[in-house]
Design a protein around this ligand. Structure first.
Ligand code: SF4
Length: 148
């Protein structure tokens, strides 16, 4: 029989939050087996623990509701550790501190907190000023071959 602890414990043997091991500990399952897991999951759903990997889960809104306006999962490329740190404050981007975020995450956070798009005016002006008119471009989509 496959031991569950092989699947969801960290290098110290501690259950990874949100893992099957953590569920077994929460539910008092000391058998640590698939049989025990079957009986545990046959009853009420265990407490959902938000983790970075929840982003791609189809049950995300079932677990954490659909009323979050800007959930933490919107922060680009957020690490599991950073997610855990921030989720201790809130699952709303606007309610977490902006310290320690990457540049991309910080831009996202600033836009959410400001409630609008973020535009770096000087950088945009510099980029636009570098363009020399007239400007030509090739529209590949408009140039499709009439024969497949
Ligand atoms: S969203 Fe999915 S992965 Fe996250 S706790 Fe809920 S069921 Fe588990």
């Amino acid at each position: 029989m496959l031991c569950i602890s092989q699947l969801s414990s960290d290098s110290d043997g501690e259950p990874v939050p949100g893992s099957i091991d953590a569920v077994l500990v929460q539910t008092g399952n000391d058998g640590r087996s698939w049989t025990g897991l079957d009986s545990d999951t046959a009853s009420a759903a265990p407490l959902a623990i938000p983790e970075a990997h929840c982003k791609k889960c189809p049950l995300l809104t079932d677990c954490f509701g659909s009323e979050l306006s800007h959930p933490l999962w919107e922060l680009p490329r957020i690490s599991a550790r950073r997610f855990r740190d921030l989720s201790a404050f809130s699952l709303e981007v606007a309610e977490v501190p902006g310290d320690g975020l990457t540049a991309a995450q910080r831009r996202n956070w600033e836009c959410v907190v400001a409630g609008g798009p973020g535009v770096d005016g000087p950088a945009l002006e510099a980029e636009l000023s570098a363009i020399q008119l007239p400007v030509y471009y090739l529209d590949f989509e408009a140039g499709l071959s009439p024969k497949p």
